[in-house]
Design a protein around this ligand. Sequence first.
Ligand code: XBP
Ligand code: MG
Length: 233
Amino acid sequence: RAEGIIFDVDGTLAETEEVHRQAFNDTFARFDLPWHWDRSLYRRLLDVTGGKERIRAYVASDDPPQGARALDLVLELHTAKTECYTELVVAGAAKLRPGVKRLIAEARRDSVRLAIATTTSLPNVEALLAAAFGSDAAKIFEFIGAGDVVPRKKPAPDIYRLVLDEMRMPTFACIAVEDSRNGLDSARAAGLPTLVTPSVYTSHQSFPGAMAVVPDLDTPPVSLATIAKWRAA
Ligand code: XBP
Ligand code: MG
């Protein structure tokens, strides 16, 4: 059976990308940048993980008005975006996806160790966990690998390697849960069997090498026994 489960956050624990998109757009408006990331543009921009990296990639490829000014402001823009995002999440803008709470509860009962590997910034993760789990939030995940703690974000394996190191767990004892091709490639490159629950922004992607792909953790209900069966297959 899996002795450790490492969860991605955005798209996996919760459908957060519409909230990220709103936070980016609200921030652009606050900084008087005449930019608006609509859904189809944002789907393409999600190929680049990390908010700062995403803004830079947008300026480089789309050459938008005031791009040069925005590049000077990336860190400031991103700090403001994080503030905006966490406010929205604390106010309840992102709900856990189906089955997430149930599988986490089962894992905790069975002493399966839990961690997080994400490209999103740590305050974003903490806001989501606080909104979803209340006073339990700090007890659930033994380690949260987030944001800029590694130089190369997903699809590089660095964040998963860091989390495995911190847990002092061998790769074969753990699995990853992801929603995107970038996340899958990252976890696979670190050697982790990976369960994929595609999200609104990734359902068009393909997931070669995934241990299993299911619509969400409740369809059908994914338990520790289900995961053990997939791993043995
Ligand atoms: C999620 C992301 C993140 C968020 C923005 O990828 O790409 O960049 O969209 O977060 P994954 P920040 O689910 O694969 O980890 O703005 O805090 O970087
Ligand atoms: Mg994700």
